[in-house]
Design a protein around this ligand. Structure first.
Ligand code: GRG
Length: 294
C-alpha cells in the first residue's frame, strides 16, 4: 500500500507539472480568472482520471509523453465540473479539495467563467495531440466531447438534480452514475489506450475495465460520504443524506454497498486479465480505489 501511495504521489507530481505548463500563468490577464482556474486546479485533487489515462497508455506500451496532454485535458474537464457542481444553483457547497470552493473565494461569476475556461482549455489541450495510426485526431476529440457533453456527464448531472428527494430504483441510480462519473473514467482509460494505438480487442478490454471501475468508484464515494469526516474527504461529508439523494448505501445498506463495490472492482479486474502482466498496475489501482479512505 505504501508502495502504491508513493507511486501515486509521483504520478500526481508528473500530472501537476504538465498542468502547470498548460494553464495560463496566474499573472496573465485576466488575472482574477486565471487565478481562479489555478486555485481550483491546484487545490490537491487525487488526479485519478489523468493517472488512469497514463496507466492505460503504459499498460499498452506507450510512453507517458504520448498520453500526458490528454491526461491533463481530462483533469481540466473534471475540475470544471467540480467548480460548477459546487455553485449555489447546483450542489451549493462551500468546501472542496480541502479549501473553500471557487465561488466562495472569487464570487459566482468568476467561478462560472473559470469552469467555462477550463472546459474550453481542455479541448485546446487535446487538440494539440497528434493522431495515431488507428485513432485519428477527430476521434480523440469526439470521445472527450461526448463524455463531457449533454448525453453523458451533463446528462448525469441533470438526472441527479431532477431525482433529488425522489425514491429511485437501482437501475436509475446506476444510470445516473454511469453518465455522471463513469463516462469520464471510461474515457480517461480509452484515451490512454488510444494514445498507445491499442488494438480493437485491447481497447474493448480497457473500456470494460473503465465501466466497472467507474461504478465501483462511485459506490465507494457514496460509502465515504456517510462514513468519513469532511476533513478527511476534503469536501463536505454527509451531503447525500442532506440533499435527500438516492445512494448505494441507502439502497443496499453499508455492507451491501461494500459488497457491490468489491464485486464491480473484481469485474473491472477480470476485464483486463487478457492484457497480461502489463495490466498489473491497473489491477493494483482498482484495489487501491476500492480501499481508499478519501
Ligand atoms: C456541473 C456538468 C457538471 C457536472 C458535475 C462531477 C460532477 C458532475 C459532480 C461532482 C459531485 C460528485 C459527488 C460527483 C460524483 C463523484 C465524483 C466525480 C467525485 C469527485 O471526484 P474525485 O474524488 O475528486 O476524483 P478529486 O477532488 O480528488 O479530483
Amino acid at each position: 500500500m505504501i508502495e502504491m501511495e508513493k507511486f501515486l504521489e509521483q504520478r500526481r507530481r508528473q500530472v501537476d507539472a504538465a498542468l502547470e505548463k498548460f494553464l495560463p500563468k496566474a499573472k496573465s490577464s485576466p488575472v482574477t480568472l486565471h487565478e481562479a482556474m489555478r486555485y481550483s486546479m491546484f487545490a490537491g485533487g487525487k488526479r485519478l482520471r489523468p493517472i488512469l489515462c497514463l496507466e492505460a497508455a503504459s499498460a499498452l506500451g506507450a510512453n507517458d509523453s504520448e498520453a500526458l496532454p490528454l491526461a491533463c485535458a481530462l483533469e481540466m474537464v473534471h475540475t470544471y465540473s467540480l467548480i460548477h457542481d459546487d455553485l449555489p444553483a447546483m450542489d451549493n457547497d462551500d468546501f472542496r479539495r480541502g479549501r473553500p470552493t471557487c465561488h466562495k473565494v472569487y464570487g459566482e461569476a468568476i467561478a462560472i467563467l473559470a469552469g467555462d475556461a477550463l472546459l474550453t482549455l481542455a479541448f485546446e489541450t487535446a487538440a494539440r495531440v497528434r493522431s495515431w495510426p488507428r485513432y485519428k485526431h477527430d476521434q480523440i476529440i469526439t470521445e472527450l466531447a461526448v463524455a463531457s457533453g449533454s448525453r453523458q456527464l451533463i446528462a448525469g448531472q441533470v438526472s441527479d438534480l431532477e431525482n433529488e428527494a425522489k425514491e429511485i430504483d437501482a437501475r436509475t441510480l446506476r444510470s445516473i452514475h454511469e453518465r455522471k462519473t463513469g463516462a469520464l473514467f471510461t474515457t480517461s482509460l480509452r484515451l490512454g489506450a488510444m494514445a498507445a494505438n491499442a488494438t480493437p480487442a485491447k481497447l474493448e478490454a480497457i473500456t470494460k475495465f473503465g465501466r466497472a471501475l467507474g461504478l465501483a468508484f462511485q459506490i465507494v464515494d457514496d460509502i465515504l460520504d456517510v462514513t468519513q469526516t469532511s476533513e478527511k474527504l476534503g469536501k463536505s461529508a454527509g451531503k447525500d443524506i442532506k440533499a435527500q439523494k438516492a445512494t448505494y448505501p441507502a439502497l443496499l445498506g453499508i455492507d451491501g454497498a461494500k459488497k457491490a463495490a468489491a464485486l464491480w472492482t473484481s469485474r473491472a479486474q477480470a476485464a483486463v486479465k487478457s492484457l497480461g502482466s502489463g495490466a498489473k498496475r491497473l489491477l493494483d489501482l482498482a484495489d487501491h480505489m476500492l480501499h481508499r479512505e478519501h
